[in-house]
Design a protein around this ligand. Sequence first.
Ligand SMILES: Nc1nc2c(ncn2[C@@H]2O[C@H](COP(=O)(O)OP(=O)(O)OP(=O)(O)O)[C@@H](O)[C@H]2O)c(=O)[nH]1
Length: 722
Amino acid sequence: MFNICSRNSITMRNGSSSHLISYLKLAATTSYTLIPQISNRRFLSVKSSLLIGLPSRRAFSIVFRRANSFQRQQKTISSNCHNCWRCHCGGYNSYSTSAKGSQAEGDDSTGFCINTSEFPPEKIRNFSIIAHIDHGKSTLADRLLELTGTISKSADNKQILDKLQVERERGITVKAQTASMVYQAKDGERYLLNLIDTPGHVDFSYEVSRSLSACDGVVLIVDANQGVQAQTVANFYLAFSKNLVIIPVLNKIDLKHARPDVVTEQLHGLFEIPSESVLRISAKMGIGIDDVLEAVVSRIPHPTGNRDLVTRALIFDSWYDRYKGVALLVAVVDGHLRLSQNITIAQSGKSYETKEIGVLHPDPTPLRTLYAGQVGYLYCNMRSIKEASVGGTIHPTNATVEILAGFKKAKPMVYAGVYPMDQSEHPMLRSALEKLLLNDSSVESKVESSAALGHGWRLGFLGVLHMDVFNQRLEQEYGAQVVLTAPNVPVKAKIFGAKNIKAYGGEIVTVNNPANLPDPVMIEEMSEPFVIGTIITPDVFLGEIMSLCMDRRGVQRDSRNIDSERIMMTFKLPLNEIVVDFYDKLKSITSGYASFDYEELGYEPSNLTIMDILLNGDLIPEMTSIVHVTKAKERGKAICARLKETIPRHQFQIAIQAAVGSRIIAREDIKALRKDVAAKLYGGDRTRRDKLLKRQSEGKKRMKMIGRIEMPRETFIKVLER
Ligand SMILES: Nc1nc2c(ncn2[C@@H]2O[C@H](COP(=O)(O)OP(=O)(O)OP(=O)(O)O)[C@@H](O)[C@H]2O)c(=O)[nH]1
């Protein structure tokens, strides 16, 4: 009997059940028994659509067989196949075939029935793929998975590891993904390769830096056409600073305009990478992929852990499963992690029993043990997100171990308020946020409330794209409709006067919400965050880029040619000036040829001021912002004009004002709705008409003094939304 170890789950993720149907048909017409790799629930949820077109009741038995066999797998793992994660039989059968069903029984030639205990640290390689955005990381990951037989070859394999809907829609990776695969190297040995595909955009660099902690080397991809870009530089130095082995790879050599020699020269000039160590591949066409695998095996060192020591595992990611609770992604450093083992998280001191343990292959694939050097996931009935600490050390309960170095906490660059559309949805939004925050540990959250928007949260993100993606994930994955307020960067205020310092709990107050800024009379000095921005561009755009940066209060630090046409410039820029639309502007003036990346420089004193918005003299705290003195007028005018467009006309005139202290710096008026009170007059004395008009204008004056400005919630949202 054969098991058909298909890549069904991948087919499902792509939104098509056609492959699965064909396997089922195959199973129905032959004597095969299908034991697919996807979870019970997903399988059963698509059951009805799978049954369409299947010939007999046999199809039913296949479906139910799957459900039963999965449960059996949890309970009985036979001695035949202790750690069989490849064929997923859980010890139920000794041998299996590939998805093509072409293997004969007992044929182990492509590595079926893998026992993870076979792979001591020397036979393991943990590596990440890093690159500038769109240089081909996920495409290379697809080819590596195909070549190692982890997934079956198919034209449908496009960015398999980009699992989130937002990633598929935007075509970018936002979440690092892990996949384990087995590779038969040219030296005749079989290696367990744990690959982590990382995001390229600077806003997700925390994902990259966390992933690198579980790796011993990286594959640095550079597009052979575009050459070195800003994030290539940032990623290179990140890997370099962590002492990781770097395998430089030029991708897209199939492109007509590829310039592999020029790009190799760039790598040599910028990073002193020897030209002969640079691999040339085309991930799309599948050229040179085995060279990458060979380089991974031969150049990247194996993990240094020891199986005989007390277990220590580093938690480097987590996510939430609706049915199983919190999943932890771990890198086992020493010893081993077993099913039904009592473990403790050193940082929290809390203990659990492991309920499921496995590897991502690339879908969660249960097994019994994870050994030193291996990377996998575990469920341990953890329900609360507060218990899961990314960067934490797992050890056996009752053992004492040295805690592993964790991660620096991510420093949010941009803050925004998140409120439910309707306050009745507050509990639902809270639960959605908790789950998503578990999945994205770089987001900071704090409860806050606003008179206009009710109870909500102030969230800190690594950038505006990060904020957008988070918002989209809240909507798509949790159905939460939220109001996102305009993003702002944090500022620091230095307070003076012992009494004030005591009241604010310190001399320096970090303000994430402009409405919470201490009274300006108490502030001695304000500082804002600065960054070092790196721009790589063809030199013809030099002039426009210089004026854009200067307009954004930038100061040039450095400039150097990276080849005969391209230049790399660095600027010191205030984060506030680049956070929203700088990159878009840069792309538009350079027709998309420039790339931009930045790194934090810290806070520096700056001439900042607080700008209030008043409606008929009343302060609207939600609209308060902190701006540079030189930009206040421009910003004030823009906000007043936007408010004028969105506030509906009232019976009385509305003055919209932007003020810095007591000085009004911008003003717009919304004219009153005019009722023709003299309409019913037919002739008569002129004084009768004047009297009516005078009474009307007095009424309006009174209304203006006591009348509330009706700002429908939607109006508020429109102005606050970016
Ligand atoms: N011609 C050609 N195109 C390629 C090659 N590799 C990738 N691409 C294309 O480049 C685009 C980006 O590829 P991805 O694999 O998504 O790039 P990425 O680096 O993972 O992107 P992010 O995750 O967003 O940073 C896709 O349209 C791919 O089809 C290649 O070798 N040749």
